[in-house]
Design a protein around this ligand. Structure first.
Ligand code: ACO
Length: 322
């Protein structure tokens, strides 16, 4: 039997507070029009004081499990992708396992910045295809607002909070067709967030906050995502016209449009959540996927390309026959 990883449930959670560009323009020297024209973002959600990556992950995960109709005890592995864990340890995966009350599974985190959910999908797919696991829960959950310097106009306009989830199950029917993940640690200086307690010699002013040379990141992101699209199509001997939907990481509408152009896809075939969510890092692809499945845009049997790019640099894709 050929084993595929098939998505049997999706979920998502966005915190209540909507923080608009207008609101941010009262605290730093920026404007709604600058932010929208350069990024495509109008507003983002900000987690409440009581919320954490694990609390948001729980809500998204419970939705995905409920949709699938499966018993949580059937889950073999929980993988949480996050760069904003509640604690250094235990992992957010273990905290989520506790919240879900699942006893007999393994749980861990993946840290690949904005590419985290694609890395998690890739790991899960290897376990399922090899027969080592039957059901894997993947959650991307981020409280970016807590690692953003709200006085730095070059980064605070970009990020938002939220969680997205998918539940994968082994199936004879097609599901994930291929995944492709990459890293290049040479680019640390262009995008990083120090851990203030463990870093040696971190700049005290910026300790704990996202530092980004946005313009340089932008150029590498556009080129790299172009290459990953080619790699994914080649690996599946597929023509770009066979892809029904692009579900990209939501960092910047201009990066997304460049990838769509490479695929000769109309923006109507691209799932964009950026305008109201900003960049939710490892949550963004799963949040966008969940939204398009729930509103009926993505239908069973359609071919969907998921892709992401983030700090590291890390980048990756997953081609799915949903
Ligand atoms: N409002 C007004 N002006 C601003 C703002 C702002 N919020 N931010 C920067 N500027 C100014 C700059 O100071 C600069 O002024 P100067 O010309 O006088 O020096 C000017 O605007 C242009 O700045 P750039 O950085 O060149 O602007 P750019 O067009 O590149 O847009 C942006 C910046 C939106 C950050 C873009 O570069 C981008 O999206 N980069 C990629 C981000 C990304 O993909 N990150 C990876 C994923 S994130 C992760 O992994 C955690």
């Amino acid at each position: 039997m050929t084993r595929y990883s098939r998505i049997i449930g999706t979920g998502g959670y966005l915190p209540e507070e909507v923080r608009t560009n207008e609101h941010i323009s009262h605290t730093v020297d920026t404007s709604d029009s600058w932010i929208f024209e350069r990024t495509g973002i109008k507003s983002r959600r900000i987690a409440g004081a009581h919320e954490t990556a694990s609390s948001m992950a729980e809500i998204a995960a419970r939705q995905a499990i409920a949709v699938s109709g499966c018993d949580p005890e059937e889950i073999d592995i929980i993988i949480v992708a996050t760069g904003t864990p509640d604690r250094v340890y235990p992992s957010t995966g273990c905290l989520l396992q506790q919240r879900l009350g699942i006893k007999n599974c393994v749980a861990f985190d993946v840290q690949a910045a904005c590419s985290g959910s694609i890395f998690a999908l890739s790991i899960a797919d290897q376990y399922i295809k090899s027969g080592a696991a039957k059901k894997v829960l993947i959650v991307g959950s981020e409280i970016c607002s807590r690692i953003v310097d709200w006085t730095d106009r070059s980064t605070c306009i970009l990020f938002g909070d939220g969680a997205g989830a998918v539940l994968l199950a082994v199936s004879e029917e097609t599901g994930i067709l291929s995944t492709h993940i990459h890293s290049d640690g040479e680019y640390e200086d262009l995008l990083y967030c120090p851990n203030p307690q463990a870093a040696a010699g971190a700049d005290e002013q910026q300790a704990g906050y996202i530092n980004m040379r946005g313009n340089e990141v932008f150029k590498v992101a556009v080129n790299t995502l172009g290459r990953i699209v080619e790699e994914t199509l080649d690996a599946n001997s597929m023509d770009r016209s066979e892809i029904d939907w692009l579900v990209p990481h939501q960092a910047n509408i201009r990066i997304i449009a460049a990838t769509a152009k490479k695929l000769k896809m109309s923006m109507d075939q691209v799932v964009v959540t950026l305008e109201t969510q900003g960049n939710t890092s490892s949550a963004s692809v799963l949040l966008a996927f969940n939204e398009a499945v729930r509103d009926g845009r993505i239908q069973r049997g359609q071919v969907v390309l998921l892709e992401a790019f983030g700090a590291g640099f890390t980048w990756g894709s997953a081609l799915i026959k949903y």
